[in-house]
Design a protein around this ligand. Structure first.
Ligand SMILES: *Cc1c(COP(=O)(O)O)cnc(C)c1O
Length: 429
C-alpha cells in the first residue's frame, strides 16, 4: 500500500511538472492553508476577475449614470458582450447566448417559452436525480397552467440512484411529451449525459429539448448549434468562477429567435428601441430578448476577467486536464481507498465521455468524513445521503493535492477520526 501511494506521488509530481495549465493556479486566490476541491460549488476568485470588478466599481464612482454607455466595457451592452464571449464555451454563435438573471429565473423564462402543451402533448420529461430547484421550477410551470405535476411531470427513474441511462430516457419520449428538460452533468454523481444523442432523438420526435448546464460549462465543451439543442441555461459561479450568485447565462438556438419570450421585460428590448419608452414591447432580434431586468453589473463584472482566462487557456486544454485529474483520483480511490476497512466506492462513470468535472466518493459516513476533511483544511462538499463530492478544477488544482486528499481520507477512516464530528447536517454542506 505504501509503495502504491509512493508511485502515485511520483506520478503526480511528473504530471504537475508537465501540466500545460500550471501557470494559471497562481492567478487564483486559493484560501490559505487549504486544499480547495469545491470549485463545482463556488469557483475561486482570480486576479483577473478581481480587477474587472474593481474596474466596474471605479466606473460607477467616476462615471455614475454615464457608465451605461461609457464604461469599459459599457454596461448597456454588457449582457450581450459577455454572452458573445461565453458562446464559444458552448458551441454557439455570439447572438445565441446572453448574460441574464439567475439559473432558476432562466429556467422559468425558457421553459415557459418552450412549453406549449397542446391536445394530448402536455408532459414535461425530466429526471428524478434533478437538482431540486429545477424540479421546483418545472412543477410551478405546470401549476401556473392549471396542470397537476403528478400527472404531467415525468421523472425518468435512476436504477442505481446515481446515474441515468440515455436509452431509458429516450424511451420516455412520447406523443404525449411537450418538452424535455435535463441536466448536462448530474450534480451528485458527476455523470455527463450524451446531450448529442438526446437532442437527436428529441428532434426526431418533434419535441423541444433544453438543458441545465450549470455543472458542465467551463469544465466540459458543448456543441449546442451542431447538435441542434433548442435552449440551455447555466450558472456562472461554479466552473466559470464568476463569484457567489454571479449573473447567469442562457442560450437560445437561432431558429427560435422569433419566439415571444414568456417572461418579458424591458431589457429584452431591441437596443435602439429600449429608451423609446413605448408600452409596446419590441424584442431584440436575438437571444437578448429573453433578458428581463437591468443586468446586475457588479455581479457580472468579475466575468469580464474570468472569461478572459478561458480564452487564454482554451477549453480543450481545460477538459483534457480535468479528465486526467478525475481519472487519477478514481485510480487512487480504487487502489488505496476501496478495500476494507476504508470502503470507498466511486459513484462517477469511469468512461471519460460520461464524466463531468467532479468525482463522487461514496461512503456510509460521507457527511462526517467531509467534516473531518474540512477540519484538516481540505474543502470538498457533501451530498446526501452518502457522497463526498470532489472537484479537481483544471485551472486551480494540482495532482499533488489529489494525493494529499487520498492520504487524509485514509487517515480519517483508519483512525475513525470522523466519529468526533456530530451526525447532524449543517445548513450548508
Ligand atoms: C448550481 C445549480 C443551480 C443553481 O441555481 P441558482 O438559481 O443559481 O441558485 C441550478 N441547477 C443546477 C443543475 C445547478 O447545478
Amino acid at each position: 500500500m505504501r509503495d502504491a501511494m509512493k508511485a502515485f506521488r511520483e506520478e503526480a509530481r511528473r504530471l504537475d511538472r508537465a501540466d500545460p495549465l500550471k501557470r494559471f493556479r497562481r492567478r487564483f486566490a486559493v484560501p490559505r492553508g487549504t486544499i480547495y476541491l469545491d470549485g463545482n460549488s463556488l469557483g475561486l476568485l482570480s486576479r483577473d476577475a478581481e480587477r474587472s470588478l474593481v474596474k466596474a466599481l471605479r466606473s460607477w464612482r467616476v462615471l455614475a449614470i454615464r457608465g451605461w454607455l461609457e464604461a469599459d466595457p459599457p454596461w448597456f451592452t454588457l449582457a450581450e458582450s459577455l454572452g458573445a464571449r461565453c458562446a464559444p464555451l458552448v458551441g454557439a454563435e455570439s447572438d445565441e447566448v446572453v448574460l441574464s438573471g439567475t439559473t432558476t429565473v432562466n429556467i422559468h423564462a425558457l421553459v415557459n417559452t418552450f412549453y406549449r402543451p397542446e391536445g394530448k402533448r402536455t408532459k414535461i420529461v425530466a429526471d428524478e436525480l434533478a437538482f431540486p430547484t429545477d424540479a421546483y421550477a418545472l412543477k410551478s410551470v405546470l401549476k401556473l397552467r392549471g396542470l397537476d405535476p403528478a400527472e404531467h411531470l415525468v421523472l425518468i427513474p435512476s436504477r442505481d440512484g446515481l446515474t441515468l441511462d440515455e436509452g431509458e430516457i429516450v424511451r420516455h419520449f412520447a406523443r404525449t411529451t411537450a418538452l424535455v428538460f435535463l441536466p448536462s452533468v448530474l450534480y451528485r454523481s458527476g455523470q455527463l449525459l450524451d446531450l448529442e444523442f438526446l437532442t437527436a432523438r428529441a428532434r426526431e420526435s418533434g419535441i423541444p429539448i433544453g438543458f441545465d448546464c450549470s455543472h458542465s460549462v467551463g469544465a466540459v465543451p458543448h456543441a449546442f448549434d451542431r447538435w441542434g439543442v433548442d435552449f440551455a441555461l447555466w450558472c456562472s459561479y461554479k466552473y466559470l468562477n464568476g463569484g457567489p450568485g454571479a449573473t447567469a447565462f442562457l442560450y437560445v438556438n437561432r431558429k427560435h429567435h422569433g419566439k415571444e419570450p414568456a417572461l418579458a421585460g424591458w431589457f429584452g428590448s431591441a437596443k435602439q428601441r429600449q429608451f423609446d419608452m413605448s408600452l409596446d414591447f419590441t424584442p431584440a432580434p436575438d437571444a437578448g430578448r429573453w433578458q428581463i431586468s437591468s443586468p446586475s453589473i457588479l455581479s457580472a463584472a468579475p466575468l469580464v476577467g474570468s472569461l478572459g482566462i478561458f480564452e487564454e487557456a482554451g477549453l480543450a486544454a481545460v477538459r483534457a486536464k480535468s479528465l486526467r485529474m478525475t481519472q487519477f483520483l478514481i485510480e487512487m480511490t480504487d487502489a488505496l481507498l476501496a478495500s476494507e476497512p476504508c470502503g470507498f466506492g466511486v459513484g462517477t462513470p469511469r468512461e471519460p465521455a460520461r464524466r463531468g468535472g467532479h468525482v463522487a466518493l461514496i461512503h456510509a459516513e460521507a457527511m462526517r468524513i467531509a467534516e473531518a476533511l474540512r477540519a484538516r483544511g481540505v474543502v470538498p462538499d457533501f451530498r446526501p445521503p452518502d457522497i463526498v463530492r470532489v472537484a479537481p478544477v483544471a485551472l486551480t488544482n494540482t495532482y499533488g493535492e489529489l494525493c494529499a486528499l487520498v492520504g487524509h481520507l485514509r487517515e480519517i477512516v483508519d483512525r475513525r477520526e470522523y466519529e468526533r464530528f456530530p451526525a447532524e447536517r449543517r445548513a450548508i454542506s
